[in-house]
Design a protein around this ligand. Structure first.
Ligand SMILES: [Zn+2]
Length: 209
């Protein structure tokens, strides 16, 4: 399991109490994996976001130069807050295998996380959920998002939770925590350059941070 966290420590001062969804919902979305072309995976992500209640204009495609497929961006605004938290996962798969763990496990979680946070009475941040295209081709989708938003909302990003390859037991859980402040660019955007290994790792997800 590999979970990348870029988080400003000021964000974690209070526990969150938010509604959860049945395990069957999570499993059902996991089982809707498209094993073929990435285009089918993109379409399925749109379907799942729609089921979770995220539709246009909250949900939009971001065209990505160098990719046949766009990123999917689903915004959950908090009217009084311009600070952003990104929750991200790539939906494409590598050529080998079907890309179940890497990374349909992460991609199929995004609509569920959106759905749970949507029902929260008051959020302290605007959440932006992004399904990235062509991560396996060299972080194509995430780099495109950073580039497009470099002069606008990038400066408002306070944390990024990037989910990749969940529950690939017995591999360890890795968490990289970036605590260098709000300068997201210095963290390499959606890349993990500049991040430090927090040491939060374990076997099979038991007790990891
Ligand atoms: Zn991956």
């Amino acid at each position: 399991m590999r979970l990348l966290l870029f988080v400003s420590l000021s964000l974690v001062s209070e526990p969150w109490d938010f509604p959860t969804l049945p395990a069957a919902t999570v499993q059902g979305r996991l089982q809707k994996i498209e094993r073929g072309e990435n285009g089918a995976r993109h379409a399925m992500m749109n379907t799942l976001f729609g089921e979770a209640g995220c539709n246009a204009p909250a949900r939009e495609d971001q065209k990505v130069k160098g990719s046949k497929l766009p990123n999917i961006v689903c915004t959950l605004p908090e009217s009084s807050e311009t600070d952003l938290i990104l929750v991200t996962a790539h939906f494409d798969r590598a050529r080998a295998g079907v890309g179940a763990i890497d990374n349909w496990t992460g991609a199929s979680l995004l609509p569920t996380l959106y759905q749970t946070l949507r029902h929260l009475d008051k959020r302290r941040h605007t959440f932006v959920f992004i399904g990235f295209t062509d991560e396996e081709q060299g972080l194509v989708g995430s780099r495109a998002w950073v580039k497009e938003n470099q002069k606008t909302i990038l400066k408002n990003v306070r944390a990024v939770v990037n989910i990749d390859s969940v529950a690939s037991c017995p591999h360890p859980l890795y968490i990289w925590a970036y605590t260098g402040g709000s300068d997201f660019e210095d963290a390499g955007g959606a890349d993990n350059r500049g991040a430090e290994d927090s040491g939060g790792r374990d076997e099979c997800g038991q007790g990891g941070r």
